[in-house]
Design a protein around this ligand. Sequence first.
Ligand code: CAA
Length: 259
Amino acid sequence: MASYDNIQTETKDRVGIIRLNRPKALNALCADLIRELGMALDAFEGDPAIGCVVLTGSDKAFAAGADIKEMKEKSYQDVFLQDFITVGWEKVSQIRKPIVAAVAGYALGGGCEMAMMCDFIIAADNAKFGQPEITLGTIPGAGGTQRLPRFVGKSKAMDLILTGRMMDAAEAERCGLVSRVVPLAQLMDEAVTAAEKIAGMSLPATMVAKEAVNRAFETTLAEGVRFERRTFHATFAFEDRAEGMSAFADKRKARWKHR
Ligand code: CAA
């Protein structure tokens, strides 16, 4: 397994775990971390033995945002020419395998945005979410103004983005940002168990399910349903679809080939 300076990776059966690991900066998302994260995601995406990824941080911080110290001297020309917050960052939303965010502590700015790029968020009871960029004289730049309203609606998104306030895990669950809240000590067990369950399904089925749900955020209902119908039909080409239905009829466990 590759070794990195700003992240740690491990596998548990068919689950790939990526832990953001820049403790002195509360996992602020500097360029080197993002580059390493991109490499780790590519490695898990390309590994047929991996069926689901868990992205997590420390007990204190999932990530406290983009690295403010690294960004503070950048000019408009710098950020435009580098296409800042694009290369590497968008990998999290582009990975085709399922990816679960396990969030404890701060998920602020780019940290909250990165969690929202994952397929769903499991939060520890000490999690704090926010988009505090307004307090720095700027706005969210990794999708926060677009993804947060899709999760929580306009009113709550405006409240968070315009005031810069943080919300706790209970509020995040109430407004639909996170799928479940668990005690901090159980966060990784809960996230890895969920990821193992997903990785125990047919991989291509989970990949098309993810693609179909994501389509809901990019199109009309009629177009989305048409896409779903065709994609559902396409699953009839999977060997695993035939196996899954045969196994049900035979009252036995399906043996997936991930094909
Ligand atoms: N960038 C760089 N360094 C950061 C950081 C960040 N986003 N967040 C924390 N750190 C650093 C601190 O500077 C500090 O370093 P030093 O020990 O060298 O001073 C270290 O991490 C620990 O932080 P604090 O001492 O501030 O810890 P705290 O417990 O008192 O406060 C906190 C925690 C409330 C999260 C506070 O650190 C904070 O407000 N951080 C910034 C949050 C923020 O504004 N995030 C948005 C960034 S902009 C962005 O993300 C743009 C985008 O959309 C892509």
